[in-house]
Write a protein that binds this ligand. Structure first.
Ligand code: ADP
Ligand code: MG
Length: 597
């Protein structure tokens, strides 16, 4: 028998890699602009046509490339940014994988003009489908001018997956904001279909935020408070919105070492600091910048992922919480303020090995409820400063101490009870715990579903009466994109008509839940991620399914059921929050109980 394994040709390998790295015009643009920043440019012009489908062009005044480098840049794993594994731990550049340009030129027509300051003439290069079409000498300014035309011209499936031009442009703007907000010293211009839609001069961070999110009616400076914390472990600076600025859709940005990131855990630190200051459906705005030693964060950052892992998240959580608290308190300069030295928050210098910082305590008056008046939101928060002169109650100020609690093992002999057919009340050595049974169950199921999605091990139950689901064009798109994942966990789907499917089977674990509703919830949750990254899709799917499958709130549970749930919670999901930030359990510590008496 002859051998059947062979290496993939480069253009095929690159096209596969492009599927991961270049998912849509916005991700392509991000890579191009990051390259310009890595090249030291302080003036970057971006031109977009037709939502990036027809043209994405980035013109920078960075250090340019030599003729050889320009050619090399489009090879897979070609990078000037690292040369050995150890460099990964000292990373200060945005790129390092050497994948982006190789991926882009596999799925688009690319044209580059580039010149180094020391060269008389520049290089002109044209590449399509990973093949160099032209390379010659050209007259051009110092820097790099790269044009990506007809993205996905040779990948119809990807092209079909693109949304309307407006939606793609919105994604581009989102990426643009994430970049310009953390590079305020760089001048940016964004042109969409020949119209300048953003012109940002070199400025301070605050001016940059103002230029993007400021309103003429109310100066941005009047709406935010500075935050600052310098410790051995991390430097944090930025701005947080005054509570009255909070809306349902606030601007929330974290950046680390010049890179945008999402961080649900640090987000929790901020919402904890604001607790009692906002209506439940309002969110604080924040623009927070972390500077940290590169080796203290996970270097293996996937280009499409925005979550970043820190070596010492718990300590940073505490520092961030203290800094936000302090900023909110400092801002309050009304005479009624009683933010005396006793409650003033010192941010201790800590080394990475140090034990978590004990948090300062605020006096708590359990009877005080900042939202007890039924007045509209504005009047509730207009005088929010006063909240500092009154004890904050709704969420006890010290609740964040327990953020780091892991759910303990509960001995079978310990008596537990369910209160109002809802919360499970459990005494434990750490304190008195209250568990939200629906979310506890969700946490367990979420992990199970994620495992099924990655291992393709779902088991189906056939529906006795298959159900028909009709879908809007957008939902249809998403369903089709998810079809492999859905079938891997046990959904059986047959296309009935252009916009309808028959559901023939559902995952075993779904039991009696309504198949159409469940499927729609999965589809919508995935759409809400606004991402096309598989991992984010899986997380959204797992969360939607877990929500549908978990025991409903208000269901009376037997002792055995409660013990079983708590044991599984202890074993499977010790953290206190769901991935969407919802609290699974709370603990009243002996200290806290004593304080309340
Ligand atoms: P990475 O950024 O991970 O190194 P890329 O594929 O994005 O990989 O780029 C490959 C290389 O091409 C970079 O390491 C850099 O040397 C060079 N390069 C890309 N874009 C530019 C640019 N705008 N200016 C100067 N050099 C660039
Ligand atoms: Mg790059």
């Amino acid at each position: 028998m002859s051998d059947i394994i062979h290496l993939l040709p480069d253009n095929v390998a690159n096209q596969i890699a492009a599927g991961e790295v270049i998912q849509r015009p916005a991700s392509c643009l991000k890579e191009l602009v990051e390259n310009a920043l890595d090249a030291g440019a302080n003036n970057i012009r971006i031109l977009v046509k037709d939502g990036g489908r027809t043209l994405l062009q980035v013109i920078d005044n960075g250090k340019g490339m030599s003729p050889t480098d320009a050619r090399m840049a489009f090879e897979r794993h070609a990078t000037s940014k690292i040369s050995q594994a150890a460099d990964l731990f000292q990373l200060r550049t945005m790129g390092f994988r050497g994948e982006a340009l190789a991926s882009i030129c596999a799925v688009a027509h690319v044209e580059v003009n580039t010149r180094r300051p020391e060269d008389e003439v520049g290089t002109h290069l044209e590449i399509a489908g990973s093949k160099v079409i032209t390379q010659d000498v050209t007259q051009c300014p110092v820097g790099t001018n790269i044009r990506v035309k007809n993205l996905f011209y040779n990948v119809p499936a990807r092209r079909k997956f693109l949304k309307t031009d407006q939606t793609e442009m919105r994604n581009i703007l989102t990426e643009y904001h994430r970049i310009v907000l953390v590079n305020p010293q760089v001048q940016f211009t964004l042109v969409n279909n020949d119209e300048i839609i953003s012109e940002l001069p070199s400025s301070s961070t605050k001016q940059r935020i103002e230029a993007i999110f400021g309103h003429t009616s109310k100066p941005f400076t009047a709406q935010v408070v500075d935050i600052q914390a310098n410790t051995e472990l991390v430097n944090i600076y930025g701005f947080i919105g005054k509570p009255e600025m909070a809306t349902k859709n606030s601007q929330q940005f974290f950046f680390v070492n010049g890179r945008y990131m999402r961080h649900p855990y640090f987000h929790k630190a901020i919402t904890t600091a604001y607790s009692g200051l906002l209506s439940p459906d309002h969110n604080p705005s924040y623009f927070i910048y972390f500077d940290i030693q590169p080796d203290a964060i996970d270097v293996n950052i996937h280009p499409t992922k925005t979550e970043i892992k820190f070596a010492d998240e718990q300590a940073i959580f505490q520092i961030l919480l203290a800094a936000v608290r302090e900023a909110l308190g400092k801002f309050n300069i009304t005479p009624s303020l009683d933010f005396t030295s006793e409650t003033h928050i010192e941010i201790p210098q800590i080394s990475p090995q140090a034990t978590p910082i004990a948090m300062p305590r605020l006096q708590v008056n359990p009877a005080y409820n900042p939202f007890k008046q039924s007045a509209p939101h504005k009047t509730q928060t207009q005088h929010w400063e006063k909240l500092y002169s009154q004890p904050i109650a709704d969420t006890p100020a010290s609740s964040e101490e327990h953020l780091l609690f892991h759910f303990p093992a509960i001995d079978q002999s310990i008596p537990i009870m369910q209160w109002q057919s809802k919360y499970i009340i459990v005494p434990s050595s750490q304190g008195l715990m209250m568990v939200h049974p629906h979310r506890a169950h969700m946490a367990i199921l979420y992990k199970e579903m994620l495992a099924l999605l990655s291992q393709h091990k779902g088991v189906s139950q056939q529906l006795l009466f298959p159900e028909v689901i009709e879908l809007s064009p957008e939902d249809l798109h998403t369903l089709q994109a998810l079809q492999d994942d859905l079938s891997s966990i046990g959904f059986g789907l047959d296309q009935l008509s252009p916009n309808a499917y028959t559901i023939t089977s559902i995952p075993m674990q779904l039991g009696q839940t309504n198949p159409c509703e469940t499927l729609l919830q999965v589809i919508h949750q995935v759409q809400d991620t606004g991402s096309t990254a598989t991992q984010q899709w899986h997380e959204a799917m797992a969360l939607a399914l877990a929500d549908k499958m978990a025991i409903p709130m208000g269901k009376a549970l037997s002792d055995a059921e409660m013990h079983d749930l708590l044991t599984r919670l202890h074993l499977n999901h010790p953290a206190q929050y769901l991935s969407n930030g919802q609290t699974i359990f709370i603990i009243l510590t002996p200290d806290e109980i004593q304080r309340r008496f």
